[in-house]
Design a binder for this molecule. Sequence first.
Ligand code: GLY
Ligand code: MN
Ligand code: MN
Length: 461
Amino acid sequence: MARVDRIDSVPGEEGAGPGGRYNGAMSDPAIYAARREALMQAIGANGVAVVASLPERLRNGDAFHPFRQASDVFYLTGFVEPETTLVLRPGAEIDKFVMFVRPRDPEMETWDGRRAGLEGAVARYGANVAYPSAELRTRIGDLICNTDELHYALGNDPAMDTAITGALARLRHLEKKGKRPPRAVVDPRAALHELRLHKRPEELAALRMACAITADAHILAMRTGKPGVFEHEVEAHIDFTFRRRGGDGPGYTSIIGAGDNATILHYIENRCAIADGDLVLVDAGCEYGHYTSDITRTFPANGTFTAPQRRVYELVLRVQKAAIAMAKPGATLDQIHQYCVRELTVGMVALGLLTGDVDELIRAETYKRFYPHGTSHWLGLDVHDAGAYTVDGKARLLAPGMVITVEPGLYIPSDAENVPAELRGIGVRIEDDLAITAEGCEVLTRACPKEIVDVEAACRA
Ligand code: GLY
Ligand code: MN
Ligand code: MN
């Protein structure tokens, strides 16, 4: 039974420690306190939120994947350790913010690294009270009972789901003792993800840095991705830039696809040699302070687009730039996507990739043969960031503070039938990240070249 109440300071724990290493504005505890306050306002006095880390995952043998904090936990605390559960109780008289964390353990810390412990959770992460992670099951029922709505993401972690549903089942039998379960379990999109959708200035600052580093990495990729070089060598240059510039690393697995590999949407093997005449598609984004960029560029390995490559690239670029111009308050991602679908379909007919009436090609979704994915998604702590895409069944209107991608592409596999032979094996995607502003949008990734003349110059540098 270990409980630590609020304390003013923890001797010897000032300065950078576990979770204290996040630099810049994002290390300010007031930022996270304001987010928790906003969440508590949103869920109301009759609600309670339980937000948990995902489990550490074995990679192979006894080696684990590097742990990366669940974005919801990070958003509310900046706390980066595993085995963490947050309980936010806006209606409680005391202990409105409870953290379950790994306790200090000198022997374990010698092996696996420092821990903030219960003391650090209270002193540095703002918990009113902290308990050991191992006590979650026995305590969670008392923390969530007698509320109306439990905001909890069912389905992410079976072990945590069992802890929660077990507590709900036990509470059903304790009504005579004055404890009843919450009446409803509510998806975290309702309150927490609505907050995450609207980026605050400190989040935009982190995203700007992530995008600036990523732009540099793509420029280096253009410079180094020459014929004879392997895709994984380009990936190594990208990873080097991400880490050297202070990023956490890639925000998602980088795609480096040369030639026909560029037509495989989620190509992540990155093991082939780049050939003379190849286009190289690179989709890579740096995570900085837990916020990720998401840029795609496509460049000619030998520094010059061939005429067919240029025709496909110019089409995608023209459509992408026009789509970016549509990104402003009041527009919807669906409108942007529908615009791209129509313009790309018109272009596909002009290129000889498709034949027939444009309206019918769209209605029958024939265009998906060469443009099978969506145009945009939210961007933030997750590459496909949190936030509902519809509100009351209608496409959500864009508003200042939302961050999105715009990423049209065309992918013509080398074995595509009934297409001009010179277009086979060409894959092009151009992806930028935008922050919606009052007037329109700020292109966060504008430092990354995409005009043909600029891309060719970067490749020849
Ligand atoms: N890199 C993932 C995406 O573009 O959606
Ligand atoms: Mn994307
Ligand atoms: Mn991408």
